[in-house]
Design a protein around this ligand. Structure first.
Ligand SMILES: [Zn+2]
Ligand SMILES: [Zn+2]
Length: 140
């Protein structure tokens, strides 16, 4: 069994999406490609295949570039009516002001300290923001 595992290391059946996949590979979305290594889960496998991970990528509300699973994100307040269609609204509210999901590229984030979380997989296949405390909150 141990030997079988060893020989089989490079290929998995993803536990959540059930697709056959390699752990490491290139993921493409919106004309950009990134190389990804998926974390090993408790079942000694991976949660999602590379293709499903690619499908969960979104576009930055500000620059339109790709935000891949695992990328850091910002949640700046924006006026929804000024945002492109692909902008991902983080929290719908009754007011005009909403938070939109943006990337942490220098063109879009004032400082790296504006990181609000990471873009992570979700079981519905759409992805979600995994919130982390901001640098300021951690200091306080
Ligand atoms: Zn899959
Ligand atoms: Zn951006």
């Amino acid at each position: 069994m141990k030997l079988f595992r060893k020989l089989n290391l490079s290929s998995y059946t993803a536990t959540k999406c059930k697709h056959r996949t390699k752990r490491k590979g290139n993921v493409s979305a919106f004309g950009e490609t990134t190389s990804t290594t998926m974390p090993i889960n408790e079942d000694d496998s991976v949660d999602y295949c590379l293709e499903c991970i690619g499908k969960m990528a979104i576009r930055c509300a500000w620059c339109g570039k790709t935000i891949f699973i695992g990328d850091p994100v910002t949640l700046y307040i924006a006026n929804k009516s000024n945002m492109p269609d692909y902008a991902m609204i983080y929290s719908e509210s009754s007011t005009e002001l909403s938070k939109v999901i943006g990337c942490l590229r220098p063109s879009c984030a004032d400082t790296g300290g504006d990181i609000s979380g990471f873009w992570m997989p979700s079981e519905d296949g759409k992805g979600h923001v995994h919130r982390i405390k901001s640098v300021y909150e951690i200091i306080l």
